[in-house]
Design a protein around this ligand. Structure first.
Ligand SMILES: [Zn+2]
Length: 246
């Protein structure tokens, strides 16, 4: 039984997404995806189980999925996790997405990054403001437009039965914040969740969580929390659902 899976980008042709998404296995071909989901639905029907099919970071790619797909595969429940900024209509590209899009335009590969003094993993440890600053040193201030779902597309998906939850106050390693700071940020996130009438669920950015921050979120009212199977440095609380990356 697979309780939850996690997806990021979806492409039709390889060139639809910057090549770095292929290199880091964060994109999947649409017909492959639909085939795998159909197989999962068939298995679920036999075992009488359901799977949450979750999408992080708000990519518009998920509109490649036929509108009636999840009606026909009713053991699969689609969920989108969006950051506070995305939930409030601020579609400023996330720092890593800015970097990837710049890399694509300038023919820079992952192996070139150390030369440019950029380390993807170190970047993920920083607050978003600081991530932006470092990325700007390399890419300049140019903002690339990034294909995130617009608020009206999110509303349409909700109307079609998709669930929406939170992907955290900002896309950084929230374990590195102290109790007070995190409580403040997550309280705002929780208000945004309530005012947008979405699920009080949180998918920790990068699947990075520990028992301390899981407790803070639970006390604030988040009813379900999600991590990633692939993130090893995680807490032990078995109430946090571990999603499998696809
Ligand atoms: Zn994310």
């Amino acid at each position: 039984m697979i309780e939850a899976i996690c997806l990021h980008r979806i492409h039709d042709n390889d060139s639809d997404v910057p090549s770095v998404f292929h290199d880091i296995n964060m994109t999947i071909q649409i017909s492959d995806l639909l085939g795998m989901l159909s197989d999962l639905d068939a298995t679920n029907r036999i075992s009488n189980t359901t799977t949450l099919v979750t999408f992080d970071d708000g990519w518009r790619d998920l509109l490649l999925i036929p509108e009636d797909f999840f009606d026909k595969h009713c053991t699969l429940m689609p969920v989108i996790f969006l950051t506070d900024a995305q939930l409030t209509g601020d579609l400023t590209p996330m720092p890593l997405h800015r970097l990837y899009s710049w890399m694509q335009q300038n023919d820079v590969s992952l192996t070139d990054l150390p030369e440019l003094q950029i380390n993807r993993n170190n970047l993920k440890d920083l607050r978003v403001k600081d991530q932006h600053q470092l990325v700007s040193i390399v890419t300049g201030e140019t903002q690339h437009s990034i294909d995130y779902l617009t608020p009206s597309e999110v509303s349409q998906l909700k109307a079609n039965g998709w669930a929406v939850g939170s992907h955290g106050p900002e896309h950084c390693d929230l374990r590195l914040l102290n109790d007070d700071e995190l409580t403040n940020l997550l309280s705002t996130t929780y208000s945004i969740v309530q005012s947008n009438n979405i699920k009080p669920w949180i998918a920790w950015p990068e699947g990075r969580w520990n028992n301390r921050i899981a407790n803070i979120a639970r006390e604030l009212g988040f009813e379900r929390q999600f991590g990633l199977v692939e993130e090893n440095r995680r807490g032990t609380d078995d109430r946090v659902v571990l999603r499998k990356l696809w």
